[in-house]
Ligand binder design. Structure first.
Ligand code: FES
Length: 160
């Protein structure tokens, strides 16, 4: 797969702007598109979003910073966010954290040597009914188990 260029990304953001023409509704989808395309919101993609949407970069950063799964610095190609608030804690979230440390060979917040993964504990993501829950590459997952995490990691390593 070829590396996406900034021009490819510009087309994506322009498409998003057409789909969400009102107010600032295109901000979040655009930031997510940058995250998906480059692995995080790079300074170049941030500048481009600002230009295409006509929104100051400061507003983009302020908006994006509210969401755990939007990163403004490189944190590995694939990011795993595990909720460790009460419901998740009572349903084995810390076992998942320990499992990831061993499985990935890194501490929380560190990036694996191959640049592929990092993980973090986060506050409640509103999926308490499905505890333990997390966000893996921007997608919400419930009833997480070590086996599910392993499957996710293996899948990403194989590029699926
Ligand atoms: S406590 Fe984990 S999702 Fe709410």
């Amino acid at each position: 797969m070829s590396t996406p260029t900034l021009e490819d990304f510009r087309k994506k953001v322009e498409e998003i702007r057409k789909r969400f023409p009102k107010g600032h509704t295109a901000i979040l989808p655009s930031l997510l598109a940058a995250q998906e395309t480059f692995g995080y919101v790079t300074p170049e993609s941030l500048a481009l979003i600002s230009e295409v949407l006509g929104v100051p970069q400061g507003i983009l950063v302020q908006t994006g910073s509210y969401y755990h799964f939007i990163d403004f610095e490189f944190k590995g190609r694939h990011r795993l966010y595990l909720c460790t608030n009460l419901s998740c804690l009572l349903n084995g979230a810390m076992d998942l954290v320990e499992h990831l440390k061993v499985r990935l060979g890194v501490e929380e917040g560190e990036i694996t040597e191959d640049g592929l993964f990092s993980f973090e504990q986060v506050e409640c993501i509103g999926l308490c009914d499905g505890a333990p829950a997390g966000i893996l590459d921007g997608e919400q997952h419930t009833h997480l188990t070590p086996e599910l995490l392993d499957r996710f990691i293996e899948g990403r390593r194989k590029g699926t």
